[in-house]
Ligand binder design. Structure first.
Ligand code: AMP
Ligand code: MG
Length: 484
């Protein structure tokens, strides 16, 4: 079954993108197909897994209705503005309208050079492709807005990185691939007409309610700020570290996008940095809210010409809009922590209990995910206090905390807490082991088991009990790489 492409971005003026067919690869082999997602998109999984489907997923054939493009964008990378980035190794095949009526992009990542490749080869290595597949699907299962992974293929062509690695192509699905950097691209060129068209496109596609506002561009800015505030709160609540929150990796639709050296916390420490390229710790776990606001400030700057004719008036509007970020983030985070602790969250006492619990985790370097899971099992009545005492080194301060927690926690039902505190997250050492088996031995069994575990993160399953464990000392991954 050919795909019912319905492309809207490719209808925008030509300066938004470069028409770029993927570059064929020698020996495509489909490794993974997300049949549940295919179904959600109204695609025929059997067709995708067949010869024509695999040819499309490998970039060896352009399916009917697909208009392959590489999109243009700029971006601040680690605070430095690069006016010309764009899809250097990604090609948008087109859009489909899914079963729920949502427009979704289908993009190949690693499909060959484009006008935006600069010195890059336009390819992706198997490791980073698997990492994105695993982590983005885990985020989806955790209920966090994210791009999705539809499939990945091995290309049969090696890619040269620090070593020679197997090449792979990920098929990524997103609400759109429009970034803060897309607006910056046109703002930097003072192309107000393009800014206006982009804003109209985004409003129609992601924030239709903004069209009816007195000032649609301002309503758009407000909506993106709200979406990002909620998203970052959700990252923090599961211990997610994006790792490269450059403005070109910041989605206008509010999805988690561009999984590079991303990682989940083990030990709770807000200063945690795992990305090898983040030497200054700019994108540390606890910095993510302030970086998101920094990125949104860049978006607001790009939108200034659309906000008001008078620059001072536009700046004033932007500033007021940006002031909404901090309280919105804080409210989402505080109520999320209250839910994670099984507290009503309607009193300052709950915020204090949350801060104290995190303080205990921090003091003992306790595992973030496991500690909350132990507390959930206690609250749900499926385990006692011992496991929690053990991860907190029998700290006597826990006893007083538990007493106050019990008082406040009485008011909430006992079961819900297990569905906000995952047992299973994509732990770095598990991802590393899955990649190593695939890369070294062509063994995808550890990957498949990991995907099975992560698909139902909130459900204790005896057979997978070991997957909730933090790494042993020798298993600990201290650095993650983008591996571009
Ligand atoms: P990222 O690290 O994915 O945010 O990428 C930053 C920029 O570098 C984007 O413009 C990418 O398209 C580009 N890029 C990253 N890796 C490659 C590659 N292997 N070939 C060409 N361009 C790349
Ligand atoms: Mg990127």
């Amino acid at each position: 079954m050919p795909i019912a492409f319905d492309n809207s971005y490719a209808e925008l003026p030509e300066r938004f993108f470069a028409l770029t067919p993927p570059t064929p690869v020698p020996a495509p082999r489909l490794v993974q197909l997300n049949t549940a997602l295919a179904d959600e998109l109204g695609l025929d999984a059997a067709w995708l897994a067949g010869a024509e489907g695999v040819a499309m997923l490998a970039g060896n054939a352009v399916a009917p209705g697909s208009t392959p493009i590489a999109t243009a964008y700029s971006g601040h990378q680690f605070g430095q503005f690069s006016p010309q980035l764009g899809d250097g190794r990604a090609i948008l095949l087109g859009e489909v309208v899914d079963r729920l009526g949502r427009r979704r992009d289908i993009q190949l990542k690693g499909a060959g050079r484009t006008r935006f490749s600069r010195s890059g080869d336009g390819r992706a290595a198997l490791g980073p492709v698997m990492r994105e597949y695993i982590v983005s699907e885990a985020m989806a299962a955790l209920g966090i807005p994210t791009t999705r992974a539809l499939a990945f293929v091995l290309t049969g062509a090696p890619v040269m990185r620090e070593a020679v690695l197997p090449g792979a192509i990920l098929t990524r699905v997103a609400a759109s691939h429009i970034r803060v950097g897309t607006f910056q691209f046109f703002a930097a060129r003072k192309d107000i007409e393009a800014l206006r068209l982009l804003a109209e496109h985004v409003i129609a596609r992601h924030y239709p309610q903004a069209a009816a506002a007195d000032n649609p561009a301002l309503a758009l800015l407000d909506a993106v700020i709200a979406a990002q505030a909620d998203l970052i709160a959700r990252w923090l609540l599961v211990g997610f570290i994006h790792g490269v929150m450059n403005t070109d990796n910041c989605s206008i639709a509010g999805e988690t996008i561009d999984y590079g050296p991303c990682a989940f916390l083990d030990s709770y420490d807000p200063e945690t940095v795992l990305s090898a390229i983040d030497t200054g710790g700019r994108y540390a776990y606890g910095n993510q809210p302030s970086i998101a606001l920094w990125n949104l400030t860049r978006l607001a700057e790009a939108l200034l010409p659309l906000l008001a004719d008078d620059t001072d008036a536009a700046v004033a509007l932007a500033q007021t809009a940006l002031e909404a970020f901090a309280p919105r983030f804080q409210a989402a985070y505080d109520s999320g922590i209250a839910r994670k602790l099984g507290l009503p969250g309607d009193s300052e006492a709950d915020t204090v209990l949350g801060a104290e619990f995190l303080g205990l985790l921090g003091a003992h370097g306790a595992d973030f995910t496991l500690s909350f899971r132990h507390l959930s099992r206690l609250k749900a009545g499926v385990a006692g206090e011992e496991p929690l005492r053990a991860v907190l080194a029998n700290d006597p301060a826990l006893e007083g905390w538990l007493e106050r927690w019990r008082q406040r926690s009485k008011a909430t039902a006992s079961g819900a807490i297990l569905s906000v505190n995952p047992a299973y997250i994509p732990r770095n050492h598990r991802i590393a082991a899955a990649i190593e088996a695939a890369q070294e031995r062509d063994d995808f069994a550890p990957f498949e088991t990991l995907m099975t575990v992560l698909a139902r993160p909130f459900e204790d399953r005896e057979a997978f009990a070991a997957y909730e464990n933090p790494p042993q000392q020798h298993e600990r991954v201290r650095r993650t790489f983008c591996g571009t």
